[in-house]
Ligand binder design. Structure first.
Ligand code: C2E
Ligand code: CA
Ligand code: CA
Ligand code: CA
Length: 279
């Protein structure tokens, strides 16, 4: 039994070491990726299902490594957030995304908003407000064209500071949307006091619509709550026409998901917009 215990212990430590090593090596690679300017924006359109018009697009980060391979955020966002590398990473993606978006705006290919995911660490930076302000001036971007998505759990992690920071952004003219809404297990009373404009219904509630009765009730409740609070509401992860019909019947007209398009790189998005204009 003693031997077995020792073996287990060794197995355990070597597994831990392996994990720590993988973590460390990923961290080093992310840092190199940032230095090499390898983080890029993908874009996913958001559609008004009543008229099929594009009302905006969400920026989703991808890592195009030195071999050209596209790496998904599931592999790096978590470690980037834990190590603080997310701050530089997101700023890199943000600048590129706004640049592309402005080009489309100037060519009248799109008139809606650009939605950017914001990590709580980013919002906590003392210079974040200045960074955004300078970036917008530098690129000549109207703040009204931007929207930041902040997850409900990030907001709840530091309610007072987040509220203050979001108020500042609002004053600048940037709108705030609550991402993954409904998954934060939070009290809803914060919504009244919060400078937000939009709720984004989490895709976990959309997936099994319209069949799943719990999800149907939750989704309806979020939509009517948004309505009562004077907030906009958007559904993400919409893949089927049945899901869209359910949402439409219940008053949610803003749709994002594979039903319309997967996230596209900037060249593919440009083509999408050009084709869109023709139809
Ligand atoms: P999220 O903000 O909730 O983004 C939605 C995710 O759902 C995206 O995954 C998107 O590609 C995916 N998706 C969109 N439509 C559908 C659909 O119809 N069906 C299904 N099954 N999935 C759909 P992605 O791009 O892998 O991003 C994952 C998460 O990583 C994001 O979740 C967000 O939390 C984070 N993330 C992505 N880009 C950034 C970024 O630039 N900055 C920060 N801080 N976080 C980011
Ligand atoms: Ca998001
Ligand atoms: Ca989400
Ligand atoms: Ca369910």
């Amino acid at each position: 039994a003693k031997d077995l215990g020792r073996n287990n212990y060794q197995f355990y430590t070597s597994e831990l070491t392996e994990q720590a090593f993988a973590h460390l090596s990923m961290q080093t690679q992310i840092r190199q990726g940032i230095d090499r300017n390898e983080f890029i924006p993908y874009f996913q359109p958001q559609i008004d299902s009543r008229n099929g018009q594009i009302i905006g697009m969400e920026v989703l980060a991808r890592w195009q490594d030195h071999a050209g391979k596209i790496i998904s955020p599931a592999e790096f966002i978590h470690i980037a957030e834990k190590t603080g590398l997310i701050i530089q990473l997101d700023r890199q993606v943000m600048r590129k995304a706004i640049q592309s978006f402005l080009g489309w705006h100037l060519d009248s290919l799109v008139s809606g908003k650009l939605s950017l995911n914001l990590a709580v660490k980013q919002l906590e930076q003392d210079d974040f407000f200045d960074f955004v302000n300078e970036l917008l001036q530098d690129l000549g971007c109207n703040p009204n064209w931007l929207e930041f998505e902040i997850t409900e759990s990030d907001i709840m992690s530091n309610l007072e500071e987040m509220s203050r920071k979001m108020g500042q952004l609002r004053l600048l003219g940037i709108k705030i949307s609550i991402d993954d809404f409904g998954t934060g297990y939070s009290s809803l009373s914060y919504l009244k006091k919060f400078p937000v404009s939009k709720l984004k219904i989490d895709q976990s509630f959309i997936r099994d619509l319209p069949k799943d009765e719990d999800d149907a009730i939750i989704t309806k409740t979020i939509i009517s709550m948004a309505d009562n609070l004077g907030l906009e509401v958007i559904a993400e992860g919409v893949e089927t026409i049945e899901q869209q019909h359910f949402l439409q019947e219940n008053g949610c007209h803003q749709i994002q998901g594979y039903l319309y398009s997967k996230p596209l790189d900037s060249q593919a998005m440009q083509t999408y917009l050009l084709n869109f204009q023709k139809t």
